[in-house]
Design a protein around this ligand. Structure first.
Ligand code: NAD
Ligand code: TYD
Length: 366
């Protein structure tokens, strides 16, 4: 239920949910929370298992009767349509994406394939299924998970809100912006019932160590250099992935059809300050003398077109649903450091890609 301050009644009751990209960072956290929380709802996870998708994340769900894994590409229209026909989805929660800005600078086309084309394939399959089958009850929802990066870059002041014009500046954010436009176009043109969220940078368990926070933790544990782009003055707003997943759960049920909501962790930090804090937390957790790892900080060449600052005004989400983040950043980071220390096997497997071998042994098409 939403917080008591909310006066909303439930708008959507998921029964059969297609989760895309559920083997990635946010998708696996979402499934690990929602599959046990809603035993009467069936969840199908469609994931291509790119380098970022890791079936080890979902071991805890292997025997869950309301969970099914399907290995495949969201841009494979025949596969997606057949899944709609078989599982009669009432709901799509769409996480699947190429998600790393630096990779998008090196190889943009895979971002267009998955983030833009893949999203349109899903929208089209949902439109065909939900419009074409009279036995559906009409209670459907397409939930699109997007990013605040579509709004471009802020200066020292100001915040993004739901009215901020789009101004994507990396191939990643351009491909996500395009997907957002298609989701809204399907709502306005075909009446496809959608809700869209744009959120700030996530952190927490199961994040692939190419992103800043797990990269810093991993390198600090190993005593390796910690690369900080430019001067480290760029600012990000950090959202714990559990808070993000719970916000999606609420918005999926109580958000208004056709609307966009911004989700914020309300925790802005300059990169250099975040890195310094993380290094202290790793030293503390390992019992090292204070400030040992600060020497690992290495300022490196800046990312091309590096967005300076992202920050979100999440008033709409708070006012309509009563939702605010629960994690304090320092405590969230401390718990995240602990998680990576306690899951050295996961980190090692990701580093040497042996989880792909694991996949071959454990997961065949179900
Ligand atoms: P991730 O890179 O960790 O995981 C992406 C998942 O999608 C992987 O499991 C991968 O195998 C899968 N995938 C990739 N291409 C696919 C395809 N063609 N077909 C099927 N599956 C495919 O990403 P994440 O960090 O979990 O992000 C999830 C969503 O949240 C993305 O849409 C991203 O844009 C958005 N988002 C992320 C953040 C963040 O800080 N991580 C912030 C804002 C928004
Ligand atoms: P990242 O985790 O890649 O997320 P995004 O680019 O989507 O915000 O990067 C977060 C911030 O950290 C961003 O300003 C770039 C910076 N950064 C570094 O300084 N060093 C690194 O090694 C990485 C990966 C990122």
């Amino acid at each position: 239920m939403p917080n008591q301050s909310s006066l909303l009644s439930e708008r959507h009751s998921p029964r059969a949910v297609l989760v895309t990209g559920g083997a990635g960072f946010i998708g696996s956290n979402f499934l690990l929370r929602m599959v046990p929380r809603y035993p009467d709802v069936s969840f199908v996870n469609l994931d291509a298992l790119t380098y970022a998708g890791n079936p080890m994340n979902l071991e805890a769900l292997e025997s869950a009767p309301n969970y099914t894994f399907v290995h495949g590409d969201i841009a494979d229209a025949a596969l997606v349509q057949s899944l709609f026909a078989t599982h009669r989805f009432t709901t799509v929660v769409h996480f699947a994406a190429e998600s790393h800005v630096d990779r998008s600078i090196m190889a943009p086309l895979s971002f267009v394939h998955t983030n833009t084309v893949g999203t349109v394939v899903l929208l089209e399959a949902a439109r065909q299924a939900w419009r074409g089958d009279a036995s559906y009850t009409g209670d459907y929802r397409f939930f699109h998970v997007s990013t605040d990066e579509v709004f471009g870059s802020l200066g020292d002041d100001g915040l993004f809100d739901e009215t901020t014009p789009y101004d994507p500046r990396s191939p990643y954010s351009a491909s996500k912006a395009a997907s957002d436009h298609f989701v809204r176009a399907y709502y306005h043109t075909y009446g496809l019932p959608m809700v869209l969220s744009n959120c700030s940078n996530n952190y927490g368990p199961y994040q692939f160590p190419e992103k800043l926070i797990p990269l810093v933790i991993q390198n600090a544990i190993n005593g390796e250099p910690v690369p900080v782009y430019g001067e480290g003055t760029n600012v990000r707003d950090w959202l714990h992935v559990h808070d993000h997943c719970d916000a999606i759960d609420q918005l999926l049920r109580y958000g208004q059809t056709g609307e966009t909501y911004l989700i914020s962790g309300a925790a802005e930090r300059r990169n250099i300050d975040l890195v310094r804090l993380l290094l202290d937390l790793v030293d503390d957790a390992l019992g090292r003398p204070a400030r040992t790892s600060q020497a690992l900080i290495t300022f490196v060449k800046d990312r091309p077109g590096h967005d300076f600052r992202y920050a979100i005004d999440a008033t709409k989400l708070r006012d309509e649903l009563g939702w605010t983040p629960t994690y304090d950043l320092t405590e969230g980071l401390r718990a995240t450091v602990r998680w990576y220390l306690d899951h050295s096997d996961w980190l090692a497997a990701v580093r040497d890609a042996s989880y792909l071998e694991y996949y071959k042994q454990q997961y065949v098409h179900r």
